[in-house]
Design a protein around this ligand. Structure first.
Ligand SMILES: [Zn+2]
Length: 300
């Protein structure tokens, strides 16, 4: 499993969330049972001291861990600090229920148990949902994909970065492939040098492994093509569900034009959209042959 070790972390999170859910359901059942068949609770001084001390320790620990987490910008520390504080609230409410019982004879512990179980079940369900979504593969964070594209575009001579596809194989582990537009006069040697440079830069700055760099040839030798490119791009972009046009290349001698369109996932019939686009561009330049490639909108 070459990419399984990172995903394994998601899998262990899935197992933990099922255990949390099970614990929540069990404690809900126990609480409901003791509401139906109430038992007189017995509290001793030791219970109060132990629970009271636990509350104090958890509050101090929770506040300290959370402050440290914020200071070093660690989400994991902030989360575990918040967990400790929530724990403290639960223990404190058990203590409050005991005091209320001793003072007024109210038996609130079982009802409190129902409320706490509800929170545990909710947390379990949320964690399962989050984990499943991550196991299935989420859309890459839009800041990350935008900054990777920026890094690629910074490379000298690169005229654009497109079709960034990012595959997750665990928390913060990504593989990426990207297409770049380069001047049509570049040699294989030049392209090789540039794509190696891109892979290296993206890994250094974002810790993302670039698996492939694809190339779009960009016309630089013919001014007439610029007008054709502008007119076709404008016509294609005016169609609904078309988000972007890229990879445009026009061969004036063979009279062929090729380009990609990024199509919104909301489109109902992609084939029909491509047909409409064909007719639109053919009407503008009847003696040209067009090759339109659809791309899915997989990253920002
Ligand atoms: Zn493309």
């Amino acid at each position: 499993h070459p990419f399984g070790h990172g995903r394994y972390e998601h899998l262990s999170a899935a197992v933990i969330s099922v255990i949390i859910l099970y614990a929540g359901l069990t404690s809900l059942m126990e609480s409901v049972k003791s509401i139906i068949y109430p038992e007189t609770p017995e509290y001793t001084a030791v219970t109060f001291i132990v629970v009271g001390a636990a509350v104090v320790v958890k509050v101090i620990l929770g506040l300290y861990v959370r402050r440290t987490g914020k200071a070093c910008a660690s989400d994991a520390l902030v989360n575990s600090g918040t967990d400790a504080l929530q724990d403290a609230i639960i223990s404190a409410s058990t203590l409050a229920a005991a005091i209320l019982f001793l003072c007024f004879g109210w038996q609130l512990e079982a009802w409190l148990g129902v409320i706490i179980s509800g929170f545990i079940i909710k947390a379990g369900i949320e964690m399962i949902r989050e984990t499943i979504s991550k196991l299935l593969g989420e859309r890459a964070d839009s800041d990350l994909s935008a900054s990777i594209k920026a890094t690629v575009c910074e490379t000298e001579g690169v005229m654009g970065a497109y079709d960034l596809v990012m595959t997750s194989y665990g928390p913060d582990r990504w593989l990426a492939s990207v297409h770049i537009a380069v001047p049509d006069v570049w040699t294989a040697d030049k392209i090789d040098t540039v794509s190696r440079h891109i892979s290296q830069q993206v890994y250094e700055r974002h810790h993302v492994i670039v698996t492939a760099v694809g190339v779009y040839s960009h016309n630089t030798q013919n001014d007439e093509v610029i007008t054709i490119r502008e007119k076709i791009t404008e016509a294609v972009l005016s169609e609904p569900f078309v988000l972007q046009v890229h990879g445009f290349f026009c061969d004036m001698t063979a009279k062929t034009v090729r380009f990609d369109v990024v199509v919104d996932f909301g489109v109902s019939d992609q084939q029909e959209l491509l047909h409409t686009l064909q007719e639109k561009v053919k009407a503008l330049y009847p003696d040209f042959t067009f090759c339109i490639q659809p791309d899915a909108d997989v990253s920002d």
